[in-house]
Design a protein around this ligand. Structure first.
Ligand code: FES
Length: 116
């Protein structure tokens, strides 16, 4: 985990369960709280591009609103038979807010090498 770069999520974070799109370092992601725990994942469904932040959670999975494919909130794996997955990003709660961690290699692929 030492290879992570942390970015603050500039959002009000509700105490109760929620699901919404957020922008972190210019990238749209899906942020949610399910049964009290916060998760951050890609916002685009790998099946056919549905917006996961328009979906809902069920049995520890995010459910895409378009064709109802499910993805594990813990490891991103698609439900049985789907054979696909979503990216899950680590989050860290600090006294001044919530931070998202991106692997440095991944981050430079997403955003270019303009961070320091
Ligand atoms: S687009 Fe998400 S399940 Fe088809």
């Amino acid at each position: 985990m030492g290879d992570l770069q942390w970015y603050k999520i500039e959002e009000e974070i509700p105490e109760d369960d929620f699901i919404r799109q957020v922008v972190v370092a210019g990238k749209k992601l899906c942020l949610l709280r399910n049964e009290g725990k916060i998760y951050l994942l890609q916002n685009t469904c790998p099946h056919a591009g549905g917006i996961l932040s328009g979906g809902w959670c069920s049995n520890g999975m995010i459910i895409c609103p378009i064709h109802r494919y499910g993805y594990s909130l813990e490891n991103g794996r698609g439900a049985e038979g789907q054979g696909d997955y979503v990216n899950i990003y680590p989050v860290r709660e600090e006294s001044d807010g919530l931070y998202a961690g991106f692997r440095r290699s991944l981050f430079s692929r997403f955003f270019g090498n303009n961070s320091n």
